[in-house]
Design a protein around this ligand. Structure first.
Ligand code: MEV
Length: 327
């Protein structure tokens, strides 16, 4: 049986989420957690998807995304259908998604699953460039929320530490070959256990921007300034400064209205117990906290965090990977 196995990494936005949707810069990293997609052909003429979200099946041709608008796998069905359209293939495909990071927690699961799916389905029929994977994943992300900046799809496709600025993507960790200092950064990711809704949070921020334009513009400028200062601190490998800026960025997101008491309390505990800095990551309203830490302090931090699910990660080098083809 023909099968293609691919994977894509989780992502964490370090600086600039939400404002990146309005053209401001952002910095994000791929993390060492991955989602794996296994695609096989089927002879029932359907796209069938299985993941921790359940099971979906849609008959081909699935040309109208509104027909599966409420399906939890809508972006996966859309991704598979758009690859097949691109490659002019119209056959049934089974897609199995297995993730070692949680969905709906701000770690880019929707982008990572669509990136891995696109590469996997394309590999059944031929090949596809990374740029094309990125482009199709960005289209799929539009089903999750209407106006994605593209940062999630970019990190999950290309990996590494990315600066997203003026519509351009720059890989910061590969500037002078492999950058050991950046790859030595250690992040503790803490799952708040509160599922967030990216679309709802992006809409909330949009409404805020429309109702208080001046305040929104000044928050956006602060976000830009923080991100550019962080870029400098990252280039100087100034961990204390990066941490300070992370915590300041959390404060800014709090002012924007996308934090809550639980997220604030986790940030507070991390900072009080020796993290360089911490903030919510992604859309907010729940999801994960990302903190920059000295790994030697991880036991102390874990004790202070009580029962929250956590993991420690450096920056993941690889974006989407094609692992295996079976015939
Ligand atoms: C979501 O991971 C990040 C947001 O900035 C939305 C986007 O960039 O598309 C909230």
């Amino acid at each position: 049986m023909k099968a293609a196995v691919t994977s894509a990494p989780a992502k964490a936005i370090l600086f600039g989420e939400h404002f990146v949707v309005y053209g401001k810069p952002a910095i994000a990293a791929a993390l060492k957690r991955r989602v794996r997609a296994t695609s096989t052909l089927n002879d029932v003429g359907e796209i069938r998807v299985r993941s921790m979200l359940g099971y979906s099946s849609i008959p081909l041709p699935c040309t109208d995304p509104y027909l599966y608008e409420y399906d939890p796998h809508r972006h996966i069905i859309f991704s598979a259908a758009s690859v097949m359209r691109l490659l002019n293939k119209h056959v049934g495909v089974d897609i199995l998604l297995e993730s070692d990071f949680p969905y709906g927690m701000g770690l880019g699961a929707s982008a990572a699953t669509s990136v891995a799916t696109i590469a996997s389905v394309a590999s059944l029929f031929g090949s596809i460039s990374r740029n094309e994977v990125f482009r199709l994943s960005l289209e799929a992300e539009r089903l999750v929320h209407r106006n994605p900046s593209g940062i999630d799809s970019a990190v999950c496709t290309y990996g590494g530490l990315l600066l997203f600025k003026d519509g351009r993507i720059e890989r910061l960790d590969a500037r002078d070959g492999y950058n050991h200092a950046l790859h030595a950064l250690r992040f503790m990711v803490v799952n708040s256990g509160m599922v967030k809704d990216t679309g709802a949070m992006v809409m909330k921020v949009k409404a805020r921007g429309e109702s208080s334009r001046e305040e929104f513009a000044s928050l956006a400028e602060m976000s830009e300034a923080l991100t550019m200062q962080a870029l400098y601190a990252i280039r100087c490998n100034d961990l204390a400064r990066i941490g300070e800026l992370l915590t300041l960025n959390h404060g800014l997101l709090r002012m924007l209205g996308v934090s809550n008491d639980t997220l604030d309390a986790i940030v507070c505990r991390l900072v009080k117990n020796g993290a360089y800095g911490a903030k919510l990551t992604g859309a907010g309203g729940g999801g994960c906290i990302i903190s920059l830490i000295d790994e030697a302090r991880s036991t102390m931090l874990l004790n202070a965090l009580g029962g929250y699910e956590t993991f420690i990660s450096g920056i993941e080098d690889d974006g989407v990977i094609i692992h295996r083809m079976y015939t």
